[in-house]
Design a protein around this ligand. Structure first.
Ligand SMILES: Cc1cc2nc3c(=O)[nH]c(=O)nc-3n(C[C@H](O)[C@H](O)[C@H](O)COP(=O)(O)O)c2cc1C
Length: 246
């Protein structure tokens, strides 16, 4: 990239960052074209994610009856009652097997089964990922893995976060990155979003028929924002207070 192109990319990026705001009142008269959310989701799928396991599911809530049901579940928030559509970002720890296999097959085809390159990575998805992600309902296996990490960690650097909830946190981390990409991709198309953490997860999982092992990372209300949906200026704690250089 030459300097001029770099400047343009930087300017566009900064404009996008400035343009995205959480909008809490969407235009209920506006018909959001079908492809807007689909395009933004396609971008979101390219987000970085832990071990490329992609333990996510994005549920588009579009039908009138389900959107209506979302309003009390999202505690009556105006972003919910005016949204054209919702994207519910779901953490799917139950997907570990299919996702390990997906990566294994993709790399096998890409590198060639007998290549040295594949020899180096195949145990990652055949052995390591199942060890990391397999769990039981009570989290006993995860507890044992944490204990094992503590013992091994006495002797060498070791990933410690191997418990059931640790794994869930890793999935939520990846899902949050995808959520962010999604929201910027909506902004880039002239649309608005509001990420919502204020919702009843039990009722929402029931509405969307999600298995009990899943968790909801966030709900993203989408639509054409209105000026009254921006509640005020963007206040941020100063750089010097939140950034520490060592
Ligand atoms: C995880 C998460 C949960 C949030 N939950 C809500 C919510 O339930 N209701 C709401 O109005 N805004 C919610 N927000 C939006 C934040 O209030 C908003 O991002 C913050 O005030 C900064 O404003 P900005 O997004 O316009 O920069 C949430 C944001 C995040 C990241």
């Amino acid at each position: 990239m030459n300097n001029q192109a770099e400047m343009t990319t930087q300017t566009l990026f900064e404009e996008l960052i400035e343009a995205r705001r959480s909008n809490r009142v969407f235009d209920t008269e506006h018909q959001m074209p079908e492809h807007i959310v689909a395009t933004a989701l396609a971008s979101a799928l390219k987000s970085p994610n832990s071990s490329n396991m992609q333990m996510w599911e994005f549920v588009r809530v579009k039908s009138d009856d389900k959107r209506k049901a979302m309003v009390p579940i999202c505690l009556g928030q105006s972003a919910a009652s005016t949204a054209s559509e919702f994207v519910v970002v779901v953490a799917r720890p139950d997907y570990w097997k299919t996702r390990s296999e997906f990566n294994y097959e993709k790399l096998k085809n890409e590198y060639g089964e007998s290549s040295d390159k594949f020899a180096k990575v195949k145990s990652y998805y055949k052995d390591l990922m199942p060890k990391v992600y397999r769990n039981d309902a009570l989290g006993i296996l995860g507890g044992l893995k944490r204990l094992m990490a503590t013992v091994v960690g006495l002797f060498r650097p070791m990933v410690r976060e191997l418990g059931k909830q640790d794994i869930m946190a890793t999935i939520h981390g990846s899902n949050s990155l995808a959520s962010m990409t999604f929201m910027y991709a909506m902004t880039a198309q002239g649309y608005d979003t509001c990420p919502l953490g204020g919702f009843d997860s039990v009722r929402l999982k029931k509405l969307l028929n999600l298995p009990s092992s899943t968790e909801i990372t966030m709900v993203i209300a989408c639509g054409k924002g209105t000026p009254s949906g921006i509640w005020g200026e963007r206040h941020r704690v100063p750089y010097e207070e939140v950034v520490r250089t060592v």
